[in-house]
Design a protein around this ligand. Structure first.
Ligand SMILES: Cc1ncc(COP(=O)(O)O)c(C=O)c1O
Length: 381
């Protein structure tokens, strides 16, 4: 390889830098206002003890192969049956990450004659799966139920014969707002379609027992949910929940499930414990709910913008570089806040994504929003 062969990448990186879009890895430090460890489980003694216990029981570190070969461990199966029971689903299937699960869902399930109608703000991993799908797709304006119904009707009028797949997040990762799930389920029912709900940011916190926001839909067979295990559950991986046939189909056809080493059985064992914590320690959700209410009030008082109502509080500053500068200032004040820029969010909506977790307290929240308000004023002046 010559240095010339790297020049194109260097130019592209320089281009990103010019647009204020360049990214780099920064070590975690300061008070956590950025992780998705909503229930503060990632470093909880109970999860640590369950990991040690699993090692003592002889659970292996590595699966050693694909689930379809020798990599299928009793820990994976126990996790799936316990998760299905807890989340009231017919069946659950465990993937190594939410990203992999979304790619599997959308690249495998919708058929050529179906259509995928997805919210414009859906996660990159769903986009990836949709791009790999045989089915055509259409993006609809964020949380616009009429646009979803119209897109399906247009497709039917143009001769669409299969089923519509409506794809949304129950709580949007960069905006913290909720999808109108009941209305979307109604549209899916009316058009003989499926609703796929990514619960990544709701799992563990929202819904009865932390079962997510789609729990209230009653788990019909045309609703598939995705529960990530690396956010509120504090571990990693993701559980796809829905009818047994859907899970069986994924086992048979999802290429990234078939041709990939199974997640570590030790990690599966730890996720099992995280589910037990959801059941045994409801006070974590109560504490988080109180902190979230407090943070929403503090944000509104400090900067005047209407807060999201959830644990994800975007402070939209618009310009990429401005978002980077404000986040840097906050980090130098001891608050771990990261700027989120396009293409993760739409052009012109660069923001600070402040997330509230049990890793912070009220005093830290108040100090953070004071500093956010001052930094924004400094930027304007
Ligand atoms: C909405 C949403 N779906 C899926 C994922 C991917 O999950 P994982 O981090 O487990 O790959 C994320 C992670 O950021 C997410 O925010």
């Amino acid at each position: 390889m010559t240095s010339n062969s790297l020049a194109a990448y260097e130019r592209k990186l320089a281009g990103l830098d010019r647009k204020g879009r360049s990214r780099s890895l920064i070590a975690a430090s300061g008070i956590d206002f950025t992780s998705n460890d909503y229930l503060g489980l990632a470093q909880s003694p109970r999860l640590e003890a369950s990991l040690r216990d699993a090692l003592d029981r002889g659970v292996p570190v590595g699966a050693g192969g694909s689930r379809l070969l020798r990599g299928n461990h009793t820990e994976h199966e126990a996790l799936e049956s316990e998760a299905a029971a807890y989340f009231k689903a017919a069946r659950a299937l465990y993937f190594g990450s939410g990203y992999a699960a979304n790619v599997a869902l959308f690249s495998t399930l919708p058929k050529r004659d179906d259509i995928i109608v997805h919210d414009a703000l859906i996660h990159a991993s769903a986009h990836e799966g949709i791009a790999a799908s045989r089915a055509p797709s259409v993006a609809t304006m964020h949380n616009d139920i009429n646009a979803v119904a119209d897109a399906i009707q247009r497709w039917r009028r143009a001769g669409g014969t299969g089923r519509p797949w409506i794809a949304v997040e129950s709580l949007y990762s960069m905006d913290g707002d909720r999808a109108p799930l009941r209305e979307l389920m109604g549209i899916a029912n009316q058009h003989d379609g499926f609703l796929v709900v990514d619960e990544a940011h709701a799992t563990g916190f929202f819904g009865q027992g932390g079962r997510g926001l789609a729990d209230c839909l009653g788990h019909p067979e045309n609703c598939i949910t995705l529960h990530t295990c690396g956010k509120a559950l504090g571990v990693s991986g993701a559980l796809v929940m829905g009818p047994a046939i859907i899970c069986n189909f994924l086992i048979n056809r999802a290429r990234n499930f078939i041709y990939s080493t199974a997640p570590s059985p030790l990690v599966a064992a730890t996720v099992r414990e995280a589910l037990k914590i959801l059941a045994d320690e409801p006070e974590r959700r109560d504490r988080l709910a109180a902190l979230v209410t407090f943070a929403n009030e503090e944000m509104e008082a400090a900067i005047g913008t209407p807060p999201s109502g959830s644990q994800i509080l975007p402070v939209v500053v618009g310009d990429n570089r401005r978002a980077v500068r404000i986040a840097e200032r906050l980090r130098s004040d001891g608050f771990d806040v990261r700027p989120i820029r396009p293409p993760t969010v739409p052009e012109g909506t660069a923001r600070l994504r402040i997330s509230i977790t049990l890793n912070v307290d009220e005093a830290a929240i108040s100090r953070l929003f004071e500093r956010v308000a001052v930094s924004m004023l400094e930027e304007q002046g």
